[in-house]
Ligand binder design. Sequence first.
Ligand SMILES: [Zn+2]
Ligand SMILES: [Zn+2]
Length: 186
Amino acid sequence: MNRAALPHPDPEALAALGRDELARVLDQRVEAAWELCREVHPDLPMPRVWLDLRGQCAGQAHFGRGGLRFNPVLYTENRLDFLVEVVPHEMAHWLVHHLKDGRQAKPHGREWQTVMRRLFGLAPRTTHRFDTGRASPAPHRYVCGCGEHGFTPRRHALASQGRRYRCRKCAQTLVYHPGSAFENVR
Ligand SMILES: [Zn+2]
Ligand SMILES: [Zn+2]
């Protein structure tokens, strides 16, 4: 059984926060996660933080921009889970990227999983169950042999009634997979 390394946020206090306060709480959580990472990598730079991600993705470590991007709609609607899980998830990417040989590591590979388990005390999940209906016009996740596809509610309803859709690239039938990826892995 894992034990979360970061303190558990107070859900009632979180629920009462406005937009600016939420952004500040997110910054503080990123900083706390960064401090934890510095125990194993003292030279780790502090990532910048943006709330500018749209669609189904909850977060993204953007090494070119030098920071972490987060989805403001999913954060506002899932405050507690977002702080508990999404912030460490992205910070773990940030840490692995800055480790020696970290750039060769797979995005959710052994190194990333080890950071999630051992450092943050969290299960290394790569999908979230946030309701993405307001964050994305095509929130329903379908998978094929080559990747993921977002279905609109209308298309999802047709598929639920038995209509089959094939991927244009790999020709496999698309299969419904509830739960969205934390980010589009590049
Ligand atoms: Zn495909
Ligand atoms: Zn990830």
